[in-house]
Write a protein that binds this ligand. Structure first.
Ligand SMILES: Cc1ncc(COP(=O)(O)O)c(C=O)c1O
Length: 375
């Protein structure tokens, strides 16, 4: 039987979905650099540099800050397997698909999960959070998704660390769709444990999941009564490769780390404030364009993500038909909704290198052509 395959020749797509986003050309170029071994002194230097850059992007001094092997879900699993012990109370703000995934993972590692619920697209107030911490005391972990990719809503985090700590809890946050595209201030906001992913606002390919752990959380990790129930993601083992011990744990993807180091350099070269402002300006341009087509945004402006817009699909418009035409005719990749929002919204990502004004112009013009009589 023949197993021949031709040259790889995929279409050029404009990635305006919920991730992966377009990868910066400098990242792609760096990824073709020849490999070194994972015990090479030059590799160790790269690891140190990557950690220092990552701390700057996370706005933290946390020494335990590193990219885990694996996508954003590996980051999510890392934080739950390392910080949950059987019977621990974990309060999770549930207002979208990814907070539901957090609940599943926390339960797998034995947590007594207390869900606090809000309709998809809404966010939690400080009073609601305080009440949940009182009701379920003692709480070990309070967890939220900062930027909910399934709904387009941004959960405000200012002051939440102080609230969690006053109740003796650690604050754990999913920053997958926020890091690099909007303010994420780990130390200032008192976030104890956070994870992200490389393929969204950081402008790199999927495959690494940056994680950061505060000194307070690090003490909790090292004071565990039971062993971490996941060998591959055990931070007590992995930190020994990333610190001075350089103890082998698993073979890292050399190429992904080359690319990630370059991606982080690009973030800091642009400047965090300038990058956040670019994401915001591109998003505002898109919101205006959608409104000029008579389309409504799903989330109110106050809590709307700059990295991902959720657009209500008008009555009588076929979700799949429009997305197919965008892909096949215009090479534009956007996404539909999940769960209760299936068929109701389009999700348009403006993340990292994809967050560019000209992409919005092209997308909104394509949509205008596909939705005759609008705008
Ligand atoms: C908020 C959020 N958390 C977690 C994940 C999971 O990340 P991955 O698909 O990279 O495993 C995603 C993916 O889109 C996400 O948007």
């Amino acid at each position: 039987m023949s197993a021949a395959a031709g040259d790889l020749n995929v279409s050029y797509r404009l990635l305006l979905g919920p991730g992966p986003s377009a990868v910066h050309p400098r990242v792609l170029r760096t990824m073709s650099t020849a490999l070194v071994g994972y015990m090479d002194p030059e590799w160790f230097q790269l690891m140190d540099e990557e950690q220092a850059l990552l701390r700057a992007v996370f706005q933290t001094k946390n020494s335990l800050t590193l990219p885990m092997s694996g996508t954003g879900s590996a980051g999510m699993e890392t934080v739950f397997c390392n910080f949950v012990e059987p019977g621990d109370t974990v309060v999770i703000g549930c207002n979208g698909y990814f907070s539901d995934r957090m609940c599943e993972m926390a339960e797998i590692y034995g947590a007594d999960v207390k869900r606090i619920e809000k309709p998809w697209g809404e966010v939690f107030t400080p009073e609601e959070i305080e009440a949940a911490l009182k009701k379920h005391a003692p709480v070990k972990i309070l967890a939220f998704v900062h930027a909910e990719t399934s709904t387009g809503a941004l959960q405000p985090l200012e002051g939440m660390g102080e609230t969690a700590h006053r109740h003796g809890a650690l604050l754990l946050v999913d920053c997958v769709t926020s890091l690099g595209g909007m303010p994420v201030r780990i130390d200032e906001w008192g976030i104890d444990v956070a994870y992200s992913a490389t393929q969204k606002c950081l402008g790199c390919p999927p495959g690494l999941s940056p994680v950061t752990v505060s000194e307070r959380a690090s003490k909790v990790l090292h004071g565990r009564k039971s062993k971490v129930k996941n060998w591959y993601l055990d931070l007590t083992l992995i930190e020994k490769y990333w610190n001075k011990d350089r103890a082998y744990h698993h073979t890292p993807s050399t190429t992904l780390h080359y690319g990630f180091r370059e991606g982080l350099r690009l973030v800091l070269e642009e400047g965090l404030e300038a990058r956040w402002a670019r994401h915001r300006a591109t998003a505002e341009y898109l919101w205006g364009k959608m409104e000029s087509l008579g389309l409504k945004l799903f989330v109110g402006e106050k809590h709307r993500l700059p990295s991902l817009a959720t657009i209500c699909i008008p009555d009588g418009v076929d979700d799949q038909d429009i997305r197919k035409k965008l892909l096949n005719t215009y090479n534009i990749d956007i996404a539909g909704g999940f769960g209760p929002l299936k068929g109701k919204i389009w999700r348009v990502g403006l993340m990292g290198f994809s967050s560019r004004r000209e992409n919005v112009t092209l997308f909104s013009e394509a949509l205008r052509e596909l939705l005759p009589g609008r705008g």
